[in-house]
Design a binder for this molecule. Structure first.
Ligand code: ASP
Length: 318
């Protein structure tokens, strides 16, 4: 049996039993087709999106409200409130969304606003633009009634101060430093939408923007084919327009898994092996099949399907 066919459903037994208890208690009926996947162990966020989809909510709303769970979670150090700051101690957030019609919205380098994926959706729906940056994005948020919040928690301030002692910029490979959430949602009308939201790499230079808010790099959807999202070292994803590449490879007939693998290997082939970093993609095609692939081991993603929310480990290049 090929290793690629052997996706491990870790923790699924305990997750499934606690979830099914919860679902039974609510007399829950799942909607057969709907599916939600999200990067890393973003269990509650993916569950939230899956349950919204089951209720018949559209894919874009489900994705934005799903990722909001991580944006509001102070323990997630790569997203929203509690996200690691840049090297000057400022937390700057990036996000984008894309729907089944090909409409998209993005915000970059936003300060003091928690729900930036929701803000990206507002840019898409309420402005003539696709992307707003920095102060302009912040001012738009305030005009739309968003609350100002100091995104730096005591813990992230402490960690930043510790980092200042060495000032060594070395993005760590896995969840310690990459728990950006990218999410793809297939709704009951068979429409795929997605969202991606991040505070970027910890202790980045002031003004640095990675792949996550860039349509085609951090996220891409073509509803005739499918969608993809990326996580990991944004500079490498940007150089290959990674999520667009995954979708184009699916268009050429590759499965979601094969497309993610080919896109990861494109990056691997142009980097030396001593230079270790993580990039991972997850993808979903029009039929609701899903797949993933990463450079380094240790990447997992969540998959909500038929009322079950499972964590899946991904095959990796090394
Ligand atoms: N891709 C994000 C960035 O480069 C980081 C991450 O996925 O954690 O900003």
């Amino acid at each position: 049996m090929k290793r690629r066919n052997f996706i491990f459903d870790i923790f699924s037994i305990s997750l499934m039993s606690s979830l099914s208890t919860r679902l039974k208690a609510k007399n829950f009926n799942f909607t057969p087709m709907v599916r939600s996947i999200s990067t890393w162990k973003t269990t509650e966020a993916n569950l939230k999106a899956g349950l919204l989809l089951d209720k018949g909510i559209d894919g874009l709303t489900a994705a934005v409200e799903g990722v909001a769970v991580e944006e509001e979670n102070p323990k997630n150090t790569t997203v929203g409130f509690g996200g690691a700051p840049d090297r000057t101690g400022k937390v700057t957030l990036d996000a984008c969304v894309m729907n089944h019609l090909g409409d998209c919205g993005a915000v970059v380098a936003v300060e003091n606003i928690v729900n930036v994926a929701r803000l990206a959706k507002d840019v898409m729906e309420k402005t003539p633009h696709v992307m707003l940056a920095g102060k302009g994005a912040h001012d738009f948020a305030i005009s739309e009634g968003y609350k100002q919040t100091d995104l730096l928690t005591e813990k992230s301030k402490e960690d930043w101060k510790k980092w200042l002692e060495s000032e060594q910029y070395k993005p760590i490979i896995n969840i310690e430093n990459h728990d950006t959430i990218g999410m793809l949602c297939l709704d009951k009308n068979k429409n795929i939408s997605g969202a991606c939201t991040t505070s970027g790499l910890a202790y980045k230079m002031r003004g640095r923007v990675g792949d996550s808010p860039i349509i085609g790099s951090g996220l891409f959807i073509d509803n005739k084919v499918g969608g993809a999202v990326a996580t990991g070292l944004g500079e490498e994803v940007l150089k290959t327009v990674g999520s667009f590449l995954v979708v184009e490879l699916m268009r050429q007939g590759k499965s979601p898994h094969e497309a993610c693998e080919a896109a990861v290997k494109r990056i691997v082939s142009s980097n030396s092996q001593e230079n270790k970093f993580q990039v991972a993609y997850i993808a979903m095609n029009k039929d609701g099949d899903v797949g993933s692939y990463s450079i380094e081991p240790g990447f997992t993603y969540m998959d909500y399907f038929k009322g079950e929310n499972k964590e899946k480990i991904t095959e990796s290049a090394f």
